[in-house]
Design a protein. Structure first.
Length: 397
């Protein structure tokens, strides 16, 4: 079914890097979400009235809020498609994140409202009407929500959409809450014990938790999140595959919405190559990055020594010392400047972003001391930089 919908409603569905194709995916997901959630709202609302069940009614209005969320997502996706203009030179892609943030607040509001209603039902419980057909309708609801979640996950993975992945998470939460509602009805039908209010509290809390999760996922790119390691490595590999590029560092990616990013990177070039030749290579990389990666890439050239064995040996010593001191750190832009009485070792040291100033200074001092033991003439000029790549806790240890 998913492939059928994609093939029939998304033109050029395989070209997921195009803004128009991404928009078509978003519109399809929104329309499917509106249709399914309105259908589920009607079914559950009627069921809740028949059963006098606050948990079923809460679940119904959760679906209505999901339908409203799909409407907002639809509007957000369409607005995000607007091209760049004089006031927004990088386009309007971040509107998609803002739309998702609005959705998260709607979800939180619904959850909070039914949390109050469920607490009231615990204080003054009402008799439930157990009917097998109502349970069957809720089971149908689980099936629809499960399909919706998997549908959004598949689309989200295909176009790398955080919003669709958030919808997937929300849908899985709905599957859990509806399952809990069925449990409360079955418990009442078998034992006569009314746990509806307590289950309603659980439903409300899960809904609110889903809202918090959506808000977190959409705030991160708006605030400015670290580069995903896979994206980081992919861009580095792309630049370093060109002849004449000795290495790269200082990659920073700025996100202006899904499929709309710009980046800057320092590319190391041999210092004995004609500058115009290196500049021509850099220009070609920037053009081909725009074409192949859909990335507006700005490259800064750093000339590096590639042949002087003495300089390369000193650099190897410095790298080895830094690895002994802290394996999470690295260095680049290594230069050796000879003077009459001293030898300046000039380089940049990259450290994890969570290192405080005291730790940075301590590393600088230790590096300088260890290198000076190699040769008393060495004087270090070290610039400390932060690593902008997202690292897991395990990777940082």
């Amino acid at each position: 079914m998913t492939e059928f919908l994609i093939r029939h409603f998304v033109k050029d569905y395989q070209d997921v890097e195009k803004i128009s194709v991404r928009t078509a995916y978003g519109v399809l997901a929104s329309i499917v979400g509106i249709f399914c959630n309105v259908f589920l709202f009607v079914v559950k609302f009627v069921t809740g009235l028949v059963l006098h069940s606050v948990s079923v009614t809460a679940d119904a209005f959760n679906n209505l809020s999901d339908a409203g969320s799909s409407v907002i997502s639809f509007v957000g996706v369409k607005l995000a498609e607007k091209p760049a203009d004089k006031d927004h030179p990088f386009g309007h892609g971040r509107i998609e994140y803002i739309a998702a943030l609005v959705v998260s607040f709607l979800v939180l509001e619904v959850g909070f409202t039914f949390l109050k209603d469920s607490i009231g039902r615990i204080r003054t419980p009402e008799t439930l009407n157990f009917q097998a057909v109502s349970v069957a309708i809720l089971v149908l609801s689980i099936g629809v929500k499960l399909w919706m979640g998997l549908f959004n996950r598949r689309l989200g993975e295909r176009i790398d959409s955080k919003v669709m992945m958030a919808v997937f998470t929300d849908s899985m939460g709905d599957v859990v809450t509806t399952s809990a509602t069925i449990v409360s009805i079955l418990v009442f039908g078998v034992t006569g014990v009314n746990i509806d209010g307590f289950v309603g509290v659980g439903v409300a809390l899960v809904v609110m938790w889903a809202g918090v999760g959506i808000a977190k996922d959409t705030l991160e790119p708006l605030i400015g999140e670290a580069i995903d390691p896979e994206v980081y490595d992919g861009i580095k590999r792309f630049v370093e595959k060109y002849d004449g590029i000795a290495g790269t560092h200082d990659l920073i990616v700025h996100n202006y919405g899904p499929g709309r990013s710009m980046a800057s990177i320092h590319a190391e070039v041999p210092n004995d190559v004609d500058i115009e030749q290196s500049h021509e290579i850099i220009d070609r990389i920037e053009r081909e990055a725009a074409k192949e990666l859909g990335l507006f890439l700005v490259i800064h050239m750093d000339p590096v020594e590639m042949k002087d064995e003495k300089v390369l040996a000193v650099r190897e010593d410095a790298v080895a010392i830094l690895q002994e001191l802290d394996a999470a750190c690295s260095l680049h832009d290594f230069r050796v400047v000879h003077g009459e009485k001293q030898i300046n070792l000039i380089f940049d040291m990259v450290v994890p972003i969570d290192y405080d100033e005291e730790k940075k200074e301590e590393l600088k001092e230790q590096m300088a001391e260890r290198l000076k033991k190699k040769d008393a003439r060495y004087e270090c000029v070290i610039t400390v930089e932060s690593d902008y790549v997202a690292r897991s806790d395990e990777a940082g240890k």
